[in-house]
Design a protein around this ligand. Structure first.
Ligand SMILES: C[S@@+](CC[C@H](N)C(=O)[O-])C[C@H]1O[C@@H](n2cnc3c(N)ncnc32)[C@H](O)[C@@H]1O
Length: 233
């Protein structure tokens, strides 16, 4: 089976779920908050948007899933409040929010949290804020996920360093034995990995990130923005 069909974070909200074990990733999101804020303001300044397309790629499930969306809504609300904008219903902006992850992600847990998310939004921002439509888009961000020119803002945190496959030089090919011996049976780069293992991972990342960027280049409108946070070395 393809890697993108079987990989997922631990589902639900039990003790071993991603939902209860993603504080570090939550911290990374909070560090990125001012950057998200700035990018959203740049979009608002340079575009007159009636229906804003927002995507979070590799959203997983749990409290972190809704954090970036809340940050984006906070930024928009703060900007409007500072301008003293009283929106009439006809000028209300719509927000299309797309939550993406791999096919076996726990989208059901996300859907169960949606009523609370919508309620909070209404209470905090008021009824004039605009309509927010959240939907799920399962699939791999290494390829196309959205129709052309439909997104204004793309966010992804702690996700795009995930590769689409085991680098061929280390995978189960005829060179299997050699490949796995090269990395001493590990599935990651460690201190003892030889240079050729680093090169194999680097090459795969280059290939995957290029497809990621090519796909987003089709999907994001002119003047759109992306904020990507990823772990690197
Ligand atoms: C460490 S979690 C990060 C989740 C969340 N963004 C956060 O900050 O807590 C990485 C997520 O990326 C997803 N992911 C990995 N490869 C992906 C791909 N090719 N397309 C979409 N999602 C992917 C995983 O399924 C996982 O849910």
């Amino acid at each position: 089976m393809e890697v993108n069909q079987i990989l997922h974070m631990n589902k639900g909200d039990g003790k071993t779920s991603y939902s209860q074990n993603s504080q570090v990733q939550g911290k990374i999101l909070s560090v990125a908050k001012p950057i998200i804020h700035e990018a959203v303001l740049e979009i608002l300044i340079s575009n007159n948007i009636e229906s804003m397309g927002i995507a979070d790629l590799g959203c997983s499930s749990g409290p972190n899933t809704f954090l970036p969306i809340s940050y984006i809504m906070d930024a928009i609300h703060a900007k409007r409040s500072s301008l003293g904008l009283q929106l009439s219903p006809s000028s209300t902006t719509e927000f299309r929010v797309y939550l993406n992850d791999l096919f076996s992600n726990d989208f059901n847990t996300i859907f169960m949290s949606l009523p609370a998310f919508y309620n909070n939004l209404k209470q905090e921002k008021g009824p004039e804020f605009g309509s927010v439509f959240v939907s799920a888009v399962p699939g791999s961000f290494h390829g196309r996920l959205f129709p052309a020119k439909t997104l204004h803002f793309v966010h992804s945190s702690c996700s795009i360093h995930w590769l689409s496959r085991v680098p061929p030089a280390l995978s189960k090919t005829p060179a299997e034995a050699a490949g796995s011996a090269l990395n001493r049976g590990k599935i990651y780069i460690s201190k003892t990995s030889p240079q050729c293992v680093l090169d194999a991972y680097s090459l795969q990342f280059h290939e995957d990130f290029s497809s990621f960027l090519k796909s987003r280049a089709e999907e994001v409108v002119g003047g759109g923005r992306m904020v990507l946070s990823l772990i690197g070395r």
